[in-house]
Design a protein. Structure first.
Length: 362
């Protein structure tokens, strides 16, 4: 039963991360009367290679093609699919698309007026379909960027010679690098993926998703030294420590407590304590696990995932009646969100209720 319950909390932790597994870009300029919607971006092409985008679009499954457009952004066309007013409605679509081979699919914010205008132009392009065949036979999608993000530029002799300037990635170089990092991660090329994420991390510290992915991979590869150095540049450290902890848990890092315990003063959310609770429970040090889960709850009582962990803490010390009540409270929360963890909590409530009934019979 202990192992089964530990599995439940690990499932809960993975559920917590689902909503954060999608990149979000913003459309900066909107005309009067326009509004933002969410779409799924499938690929990016240079404008002078539009014919490749049209061929790519023609090869899509019909159900996807009918809801897709070639959406112009600067010097590029992006292939965007299925506009929605709510981001969460696209999550299942993203998973399906990735399973179909569109591994780089991610959610972006899109101008609705520009989407409809692009839709008309896309239909026109597909209708006439007079794309000229180029000498190049390959349909190589533009998903890579120049390997060097630090370029050497020659400055006037009056200033400095051969000064090295760190050039910021453009929005589309950034997106392409992110696509490459995601693909490398999916192919389990973790070291190469870390290199890509580090480029993004140094270029823009404000992308929370990139930061979490990078620190998760640090944990997955037992690279605490790099994590410890890079986290110094971040003001709010606890979510990245949590991401590191998740990766370390997956890699069964036995030194996790020694690495994270000195950082507990940074744990404003309770999630570092939460990870350490799972770690100690795995080691069957249940009293210590209980203490970490309880600390997490004291720091963040209204977080549903930490409430789940707190119920688990009571199970560890044999107070199943307390745990049962918390699981029932979680499952009774009136919200359309968190359906999966609410179901997990209710199932656990029923299991504990049945255990109590059987003990009464004995």
């Amino acid at each position: 039963m202990i192992k089964k319950s530990l599995l439940l909390i690990l499932v809960a932790l993975s559920l917590f991360s689902i909503d954060e597994s999608f990149t979000l870009e913003k459309e900066n300029e909107l005309n009067k009367g326009d509004r933002l919607v969410y779409t799924i971006q499938l690929a990016t092409f240079p404008k002078n290679k539009k014919y490749i985008g049209i061929k790519f679009l023609n090869n899509l499954d019909e159900n996807i093609r009918l809801k897709s457009v070639l959406y112009p952004i600067g010097d590029f066309f992006t292939l965007r699919y299925n506009p929605s007013t709510k981001r969460e409605l696209l999550f299942d679509e993203v998973y399906k698309l990735r399973d179909m081979g569109h591994e780089s699919a991610f959610i972006v914010q899109t101008s609705l007026n520009k989407f409809y205008k692009a839709q008309k132009e896309t239909i026109s392009n597909l209708k006439f379909n007079d794309v000229k065949e180029e000498k190049q036979s390959s349909l190589k999608i533009y998903t890579t960027v120049q390997e060097q993000t630090i370029k050497t530029v020659k400055i006037s002799p009056k200033t400095k010679k051969n000064t090295v300037i760190e050039k910021k990635l453009t929005k589309y170089e950034y997106t392409a690098t992110l696509d490459a990092a995601n693909k490398l991660t999916k192919n389990n090329q973790l070291i190469d993926s870390i290199e890509k994420y580090e480029i993004l991390f140094k270029d823009r510290l404000t992308n929370k998703l990139v930061n979490k992915n990078l620190f998760y991979l640090y944990g997955k590869t037992n690279n605490w030294q790099k994590a410890k150095i890079n986290i110094q540049n971040i003001k709010r450290k606890d979510k990245l420590l949590y991401a590191y902890g998740l990766g370390a848990l997956e890699n069964f890092n036995q030194n996790l407590e020694n690495e994270l315990k000195p950082e507990l003063n940074e744990d404003l959310s309770g999630y570092v304590n939460l990870v350490l609770g799972v770690f100690k429970e795995r080691q069957k040090e249940y009293k210590c696990a209980y203490a970490y889960y309880e600390n997490a709850y004291m720091k963040n009582k209204f977080d549903i995932f930490i409430q789940f962990a707190y119920a688990r803490a009571y199970e560890l010390i044999g107070k199943n009646d307390f745990a049962q009540n918390i699981y029932l409270e979680i499952s009774s929360i009136k919200s359309d969100n968190y359906a999966n963890i609410k179901t997990q909590a209710y199932n656990r409530y029923l299991e504990l209720k049945e255990l109590a009934r059987m003990k009464t019979k004995e």
